[in-house]
Structures are given as C-alpha cells and as structure tokens.
Design a protein around this ligand. Structure first.
Ligand SMILES: [Zn+2]
Length: 272
C-alpha cells in the first residue's frame, strides 16, 4: 500500500515537471523568463491562479478551457503531463526504489535522472516544433551530467577518466561552434546534436547510448519513409521537389534515450 502512495507521489511530481516543460518549450524560444514571470494564458494574457495550475486535474475540471476567456487548451499539454508522470514512475520502478529498504544512493541517482531528463524533454519539445537544439537547455543538461559525474567520482569512487575525455570533446565542439557562429552567425544543428550525444553518453553510459544511437537511426529512417509515402499520396498539395523532410533528430534521440535508460536500469536492477 505504502508502495503505491510512493509511486503516486512520483507520478504527481512527474506531472508537475510535465507542465513545466510545456511552459519552458513555449517560453524559452521566445526569450521569456521561465522562473520569474507568472504563468499566463497565451490567448488572453490573464494571470493563472492556483486552480488553473494543477497538472492533469485542472485540464479535466476546466474541461480543457481557459477560465477567463474560454480559449481551448490543447489536450496535448495534458497528454504530455501524463506521459511525463508515467516516465518518472517507470524510472523510479526501474531503479527498484523500495520504501522498506531505502538506499540514499539510489535516491540521489533518481534525483539526478529527473533533472537530466527534464532537460532532455525540453530539448525534445523545442526540437519537435522548431527543429533546433536550444543552447541554454543543452548547457543545463551538460551541467547536470558533469555534476552527476562528480558525484559518481567523489561518492561512488568511480573512474573519472572517460568523463575527462568527454569534457575535452565537448570543449573542442564548443570552440568550433563559437568560431563558426562568428563567421556565419548561424547555429549548427549537427554540432548541437553531437554535444547532446556526448551529454547522453556521459549521463547514461556508453551501452545505453549505443542502443540510443541505433534506435534513433531506425526512427529517422522510418520517419522519412512514412513522410515520403504520405507526400506521394496527397495529390492536391503542390509538390515541391526541393522540399526536404524536416527531421526532429534530437526529439528521436531523447525518446530513444529515455526508453533505453529505463530498460537498461530495469535489467540491471531486476534481472541479475
Ligand atoms: Zn485565456
């Protein structure tokens, strides 16, 4: 019973994080402060009260509408909150968090993974809409990964060498990036994807990252194929031969990384 309460709490926490992602995904590309400014309705600009801000429940009780102007709230937000809650529960479960045998180590790892995946989910959300990896969030993810690395090194006495190699690579990429930006004043999507890949490799380890890479590739191939088929089948839309299929690669990477992380932690903690 107490176990169930623990997982419900984790779910609520995940749902709160979920409502934060939607806010962050909306605000960060527009340059609006994500912490200081009060939540508001994007339609009527009305400040939102406490009643409007309960994840999932607010959506259900307000019947998916803004209390002030009646504007429809996309069900996508509510679905995202549910998914985020479920992802957190899956993470806690895969780490075998046990209330009767609570290990501080596991809780710290869980806390780190919540912070890490929060960053990833925001990156995924922005990438899905804008096909761009947001620099600020990327830097946040790297900082979390480095802090996690320091924790593993200091408390768990794990080797630090592989991390130093990663940090050197990141540093090189950042230097290349700044040089490039200076010349062309345009951000490189590919370079940001590389930095994201290294952050993933640092946090979730090489084997999880390898699986992530393989599945991301599969996702991309599948996505492009499906898009091409659907473009072929729509006769009325003017066909543009030069039009490339826009591929949210970071979005796929994050999805695969999350699933693989949960899957591998589950294998490690349950199947021995
Ligand atoms: Zn409104």
């Amino acid at each position: 019973m107490i176990e169930v309460i623990l997982y419900i709490l984790v779910f609520i926490m995940g749902a709160y994080f979920g409502s934060f992602y939607t806010l962050a995904v909306y605000r960060i590309p527009l340059g609006i402060d994500i912490t200081r400014k009060h939540s508001f309705c994007p339609k009527c600009d009305h400040k939102l009260g406490i009643i409007d801000l309960f994840p999932i429940f607010s959506f259900i009780f307000l019947k998916g509408k803004c209390r002030y102007c009646g504007a429809k709230i996309k069900p996508r937000y509510c679905i995202l909150e549910v998914i985020s809650g479920l992802a957190f529960v899956a993470m806690a479960y895969s780490l075998n968090i046990n209330i009767y045998n609570l290990e501080i180590d596991k809780l710290v790892i869980l806390g780190f993974s919540f912070l890490y995946f929060a960053g990833l989910f925001i990156i995924a959300g922005i990438d899905k809409e804008k096909i761009t990896v947001q620099k600020e969030v990327l830097i946040y993810t790297i900082i979390i990964s480095v802090l996690y690395m320091l924790y593993l090194y200091i408390v768990q006495k794990l080797t630090i060498y592989r991390y130093i190699i990663y940090l050197i690579i990141i540093l090189l990429l950042v230097i290349i990036d700044t040089l490039k930006i200076r010349r062309k004043a345009k951000e490189s999507y590919l370079l940001n994807l590389l930095i994201l890949a290294i952050a993933m490799s640092m946090f979730t380890g090489e084997s999880v990252f390898l699986l992530t890479g393989i599945y991301t590739l599969l996702c991309c191939v599948l996505y492009v194929t499906l898009k091409k088929i659907s473009i072929k089948n729509t006769k009325y839309v003017k066909k543009d031969k030069d039009e490339k299929v826009k591929l949210p690669i970071a979005f796929f990477m994050v999805t695969c990384n999350t699933i693989m992380y949960i899957f591998c932690e589950y294998i490690i903690n349950y199947v021995k």
